[in-house]
Design a protein around this ligand. Structure first.
Ligand SMILES: [Zn+2]
Length: 115
């Protein structure tokens, strides 16, 4: 385990409202992390270091939803040994959309977009 993805636990309707508000404010919605169909963790305004972990198409970590005392949590785990000063990354696995967000991860196997 590397770190838990921490933020405010919100429902879909609140996430939709905040997404519109964040986009209006130019913040974007990249700190909204889906846990399940109706639960999202929002690390836009409160969270920990996990919110700064970048996406990579060839990552050294992965995100997994686990249940602890009947509460779902997002935890980042390593896939391999990680060296000192090596950047920690995971695949954001954004849903496929028509409007593409370009990926700048630089990996050889880069898919070209985040979604
Ligand atoms: Zn990429």
């Amino acid at each position: 385990m590397v770190i838990e993805y921490v933020g405010q636990i919100i429902r879909q309707n609140i996430a939709d409202m905040r997404e519109r508000r964040y986009e209006k404010a130019g913040i974007g919605s990249s700190y909204l992390f889906r846990v399940d169909q109706n639960t999202i963790i929002d690390a836009t305004k409160c969270g920990n270091l996990s919110r700064f972990i970048n996406h990579s198409c060839s990552p050294n970590c992965y995100a997994k939803i686990i249940t602890v005392e009947s509460q779902k949590k997002i935890v980042i785990y390593s896939r391999q040994s990680i060296g000192i000063n090596e950047e920690i990354t995971y695949d954001y696995k954004f849903p496929i959309e028509d409007t593409k967000i370009p990926c700048l991860c630089g990996a050889e196997a880069c898919r070209g977009s985040l979604n």
